[in-house]
Design a protein around this ligand. Structure first.
Ligand code: ADP
Ligand code: MG
Length: 444
């Protein structure tokens, strides 16, 4: 059997015990290993083992059999604290093992306690918290937008977790824009639109992630429009996330776009240096690694436009350290992250220099960078320049917008997110961007 089955069994067990019992006893059990017919778990003392065996063995075996469709043997071993993997890690896991199995719809790590709040996301975070505490009471809908990897999904899941805990009776529906569309299409094909409608329109809390992806999909937009109206009229809470603000969802029907603006719209901006540092510190604390300040600073300086990148750099460093068993030092970090960091020591690069270099590379004039022209051959290099400005300088998206002929910061965010996506998915493009980056740095 797989560890996944064990977790599923825990969920079923949790449904039948009180929170107290589950937390005091079941949560102490640590998964060790398993094969086809049996599972080995550990607890930290004989006493715990005896109590679990006496009171809970029956239900554990029952649930394991249920999930695996056959009898599974369980072997409980006693492992004193020091021998168990990392106590810190074990603690983190047990905290995440929540009572209500619906928590598993969401990423268990995406909770409010783990969301670092700073200038770039304070409105979005505060509003999300309020909505989670009092769904349906404040703004409807709540619309969060921002670039890739900045915490939109994290906030959405945090709302879900909180509502499950605070209002267990509420029906929660979480879906991405894309899955909503697929569900819609399948329901039409199967001729079960009634149950589709019932499902969405009955939700007390409707969470739709990345709603921008339904742009231009006629039928889906229409269906969401009607869903919106029903849920809204019933005063049930809706939360949407998107990579751009409603007014820039150009291919959305007007009536749907205007509804998205009925409630509260909040953006998440890329984090500034201090915030990147505190995010890293928080993540280091959560795992049990020792990371010196110089290394935190180094990572915070090198990964400046996306929290997911920041995180993966840190995890890569941890993985590297586990492999080489050396103390984490600046030198080790540089070695571990050398593939990820192509940009180093880039103090004081000006936006002006970036604009000139990019204009030159794409054969457009420098003044086009600041113009309002929207033809693709100009808009695209301009977006790349915005992306590089964010990546290579410390300017905020508002400041960057100003340098591009007074563009709104949401335009800049959209540009960065668009280019970032292409950068991540398109190898040839990535090489081009890296070349441009080196050219800018050389001139500096
Ligand atoms: P998005 O949905 O905007 O693309 P995610 O919510 O998936 O971004 O976030 C990307 C990663 O960054 C996740 O692992 C998330 O936990 C982490 N993250 C984002 N914002 C924060 C924050 N403010 N504090 C801590 N972690 C964050
Ligand atoms: Mg997301």
């Amino acid at each position: 059997m797989q560890i996944k089955n064990w977790k599923e069994a825990l969920n079923l067990i949790s449904l039948e015990l009180t929170y107290q019992e589950y937390n005091t006893w079941i949560n102490q059990i640590q998964y060790e290993s398993s094969d086809e017919k049996s599972i080995t778990v550990s607890v930290k003392s004989k006493l715990v083992k005896d109590i679990i065996t006496e009171r809970y063995l029956k239900i554990i075996l029952e649930k394991l059999a249920e999930i695996n469709d056959k009898e599974i043997k369980i072997n409980i071993i006693v492992k004193p604290q020091t021998e168990r993997k990392s106590t810190k890690k074990a603690k983190a896991v047990s905290k995440e093992t929540k009572l209500d199995p619906r928590h598993n719809i969401f990423n268990l790590k995406y909770v409010f306690e783990k969301f670092v709040v700073g200038d770039s996301n304070d409105l979005a975070a505060a509003a999300a918290k309020k909505i989670a505490d009092y769904p349906g009471k404040y703004w409807n809908p709540f619309f969060v937008y921002g670039g890739v990897g900045l915490g939109k999904t994290h906030l959405l899941h945090a709302i879900g977790h909180t509502v499950i805990d605070k209002y267990p009776e509420k029906k929660i529906l979480y879906i991405t824009g894309e899955s909503f569309m697929n569900d819609y299409i399948t329901s039409i094909q199967k001729g079960i639109m009634n149950s589709f409608r019932l499902k969405y329109r009955n939700a007390d809390l409707l969470l739709i992630d990345d709603v921008h992806s339904i742009q231009g999909k006629e039928g889906t937009m229409e269906e969401l429009f009607h869903t919106f109206n029903t849920v809204y009229a019933a005063k049930k809470q809706m939360v949407f996330t998107s990579d751009r603000p409603p007014k820039e969802l150009k291919k959305l029907e007007d009536r749907l776009r205007s509804r998205f603006e009925w409630g509260l719209t909040a953006d998440i901006q890329p984090p500034n240096f201090e915030m990147r540092e505190s995010i890293l510190r928080r993540k280091v604390q959560e795992e049990s690694y020792k990371v010196p300040d110089s290394v935190i600073r180094y990572i915070a300086e090198s990964f400046s436009w996306n929290i997911r990148e920041l995180e993966s750099a840190l995890y890569k460093l941890f993985a590297y350290q586990d492999l080489v068993h050396e103390e984490i030092t600046l030198d080790l970090a540089k070695r571990a992250l050398k593939d990820m960091i192509s940009v180093m020591s880039v103090d004081d690069i000006s936006i002006d220099l970036i604009q000139k270099k990019v204009a030159n590379y794409y054969n457009i004039s420098y003044s086009d960078m600041k113009s309002k022209k929207r033809s693709k051959n100009i808009a695209f290099p301009r977006q790349i320049a915005m992306f590089l400005a964010r990546r290579l300088t410390e300017f905020s998206t508002t400041e960057i917008g100003n340098e591009f002929g007074g563009k709104d910061h949401s335009t800049v965010i959209h540009a960065i997110s668009k280019i970032n996506q292409k950068y991540e998915n398109d190898e040839t493009f990535r090489i081009k961007v890296e070349k441009l980056t080196s050219a800018i740095k050389e001139n500096h």
